[in-house]
Design a protein around this ligand. Structure first.
Ligand SMILES: CC(C)(COP(=O)(O)OP(=O)(O)OC[C@H]1O[C@@H](n2cnc3c(N)ncnc32)[C@H](O)[C@@H]1OP(=O)(O)O)[C@@H](O)C(=O)NCCC(=O)NCCS
Length: 168
């Protein structure tokens, strides 16, 4: 999965973002209005594009007066899953948060979502606690956190080298 480009979301991405959202999440979806708001804000919403198609996205929220960013959503189109794009989007989100001066990234994941939990664990996220009944259908959330350090995020130079070697 090296040919997709990661970039900020733009207004024309909205239909394909919505299509991914509706395909991968049975509930707790981000609405079209919310996506439009995040696109307008021009911050935190990164898409993976390949040949005009949106293959996935990651959404990170930043708030004033806190150096902790919140990973709000992550999704990869079903046909593209398992090829490293989820990890790449997460690493991009971490890099962006680091460059914005954040020292940690927090997120919630469904306790029945093993795939996403494995991804976060492989990236060094640790459990902070659990929130029973957090999701629309009553499922529990696991709250995770990763402290961002210079060692834990890839520098821009490292990413360019990896890209050129085709190991993204
Ligand atoms: C979770 C999701 C974003 C992962 O994206 P992906 O592109 O499929 O994941 P990657 O190929 O980058 O895999 C990264 C890691 O995830 C884990 N993983 C991926 N597929 C897995 C599977 N079928 N079973 C268990 N773990 C899996 C592994 O730890 C993997 O690391 P490894 O390849 O070094 O072993 C994607 O499956 C998805 O969109 N799922 C539906 C939406 C969702 O659950 N979003 C997260 C909400 S918190």
């Amino acid at each position: 999965m090296k040919t997709s480009v990661l970039r900020k979301a733009q207004h024309q991405d909205l239909p394909l973002l919505m299509a991914i959202e509706e395909t991968v999440f049975p509930g707790d979806r981000i609405s079209s209005t919310s996506f439009q708001r995040f696109i307008k804000k021009n911050e935190g919403l990164v898409v993976a594009e390949q040949n005009g198609l949106i293959l996935g996205y990651v959404l990170t929220l930043y708030r004033a007066r806190t150096s902790i960013a919140r990973l709000y959503s992550l999704a990869v189109a079903p046909a593209t899953q398992g090829k490293g794009l989820g990890k790449r989007l997460m690493q991009q989100a971490e890099q962006d948060a680091w460059e914005k001066g954040c020292i940690a990234l927090r997120l919630e994941v469904r306790s029945d979502n093993q795939k996403a939990q494995s991804l976060y664990q492989s990236l060094g996220y640790t459990e902070r606690g659990r929130s029973p009944g957090y999701y629309e259908d009553g499922q529990e959330a696991i709250r995770l956190e990763k402290l961002l350090t210079l060692d834990s995020v890839q520098t821009t130079v490292e990413r360019i080298i990896r890209f050129e070697r085709g190991i993204l």
